[in-house]
Write a protein that binds this ligand. Structure first.
Ligand SMILES: C[S@@+](CC[C@H](N)C(=O)[O-])C[C@H]1O[C@@H](n2cnc3c(N)ncnc32)[C@H](O)[C@@H]1O
Length: 134
């Protein structure tokens, strides 16, 4: 039987503290926290696994300049491993078709295949939109 893996996209995290908090909920050795994560996502099957793409609007350089704790947070996130969480910077949540391509766009050829469209054409099960609307 194939594993149930939910793909999670985080948009507009500031200093990446939200992504780190989610990693801790999902992957720290503590069953109670994992249950809290499943409840947060409304998922009943406790065997469900998660893969996250966490994004910031800021470039990596801007992020490191703006937030004194960003370097430490990013390095803690990276320790969870790329198969669990990937980080992308400079992603504009208001222009997602530029990042993903739209489904009728022949230039959108799939995940990670096109440098100018880093997210490629892929589907997510859960999208956490962390951007303030003004
Ligand atoms: C509520 S804050 C995120 C909270 C964050 N964890 C923090 O503590 O700083 C809103 C975030 O939206 C981001 N943002 C603003 N415009 C955006 C856009 N067009 N696309 C993606 N993110 C954007 C900003 O970078 C800001 O960090």
């Amino acid at each position: 039987m194939s594993e149930d893996i939910k793909k999670v996209l985080i948009l507009g995290d500031g200093n990446m503290s939200f992504a780190l908090a989610l990693c801790k909920l999902l992957w720290k050795e503590n069953g109670n926290l994992l249950n809290a994560a499943h409840t947060y996502f409304g998922i009943n099957d406790k065997a469900t696994k998660f893969q996250i793409i966490a994004t910031t609007f800021d470039s990596k350089e801007q992020l490191m300049t703006k937030y004194h704790d960003a370097k430490e947070i990013v390095s803690k996130i990276e320790k969870f491993g790329k198969e669990k969480i990937q980080i992308l910077h400079g992603i504009n949540a208001w222009e997602l078709s530029k990042e993903f391509g739209s489904f009728d766009d022949k230039n959108s050829i799939g995940e990670g295949k096109c440098e100018s469209m880093p997210l490629g054409k892929q589907l997510f099960d859960i999208v956490l939109w962390y951007v303030i609307a003004v």
